[in-house]
Design a protein around this ligand. Structure first.
Ligand code: TMP
Ligand code: ASP
Length: 234
């Protein structure tokens, strides 16, 4: 029987599996930026991001964070628990970069006094806008209790990942998380954590080792993903 494609996004394909409570996430080499206006391919990105995301989700599980990951089943595919995803992206920022520099005039690389949390609405037709907790409340996207839990989890994930990357001479500048609810109603980390969804800088030189190399045409894009994989596998 042909596997059934449930959903195809910009960077991943979600496949049905024989198990109704599990899906397979296949990571693609396709890359987009600026709401899909810029399109391209990053050779071997699918395989590298699948591996990086699997390693990081496993690390988080070891630190008591529930994640969607069941196991890696192909080099570009992760078997995952099916989740009912919240339509919200959670961004954690340790240093200023990207949209916060444009929005508020922060200088790139400026350290935040403490980790900063932001929420974005997952809605391509609106361009995934920044939203406040008042907006989340009014739109009834996430209950207050769930929001508090998501904020706690995001900060804990930041602690674990920042330490892990620091040991590999990488600065975790910022990253994006997506959460969902499992069949039992638990809040679980979903989607992926990879150089597509994080800003990662070499701690010594501050060289960018993430998707900004693609977004900003900086060159050495594949090399950056390979470098992150090599350091994460150590
Ligand atoms: P931003 O500076 O563009 O708001 O991005 C913050 C972080 O979120 C950065 O590490 C990249 C990640 N991100 C995604 O994973 N998906 C997205 O669609 C966007 C806009 C950012
Ligand atoms: N992935 C998003 C897009 O395709 C944005 C980004 O990562 O820059 O537009």
């Amino acid at each position: 029987m042909q596997p059934q494609k449930l959903y195809e996004g910009k960077a991943k394909i979600i496949w049905a599996t024989e198990h109704p409570e599990e899906v397979a996430q296949q990571f693609k080499d396709d890359a987009t930026a600026f709401d899909g206006q810029k399109k391209g391919r990053i050779a071997s990105k699918g395989v590298r991001n699948a591996r990086i995301s699997a390693i990081l989700f496993k690390l988080l599980e070891e630190h008591g964070i529930s994640t969607q990951l069941v196991e890696q089943i192909f080099e570009d595919t992760l078997l995952c628990k099916k989740l009912d995803m919240y339509p919200v992206e959670v961004v954690v920022r340790n240093y200023a970069a990207g949209s916060i520099c444009k929005r508020l005039g922060f200088e790139e690389g400026a350290a935040m006094k403490k980790p900063m949390l932001e929420f974005f609405l997952k809605d391509d037709s609106l361009g995934d806008p920044l939203i406040t907790e008042a907006h989340i409340e009014e739109l009834e996207l996430v209950s207050e209790a769930e929001r508090e839990e998501i904020k706690r989890l995001a900060l804990k994930i930041n602690d674990v990942l920042s330490r892990f990357f620091a040991e590999r001479n990488i600065l975790l500048v910022d990253f994006k998380l997506e959460f969902g609810k499992d069949a039992a109603g638990n809040i679980v980390l979903g989607d992926e954590i990879s150089p597509d969804t994080c800003r990662l800088w070499d701690a010594g030189t501050r060289k960018k080792l993430d998707k900004d190399r693609f977004r900003r045409d900086l060159g050495e894009v594949e090399e950056a993903y390979e470098e992150v994989l090599n350091r994460v596998e150590k």
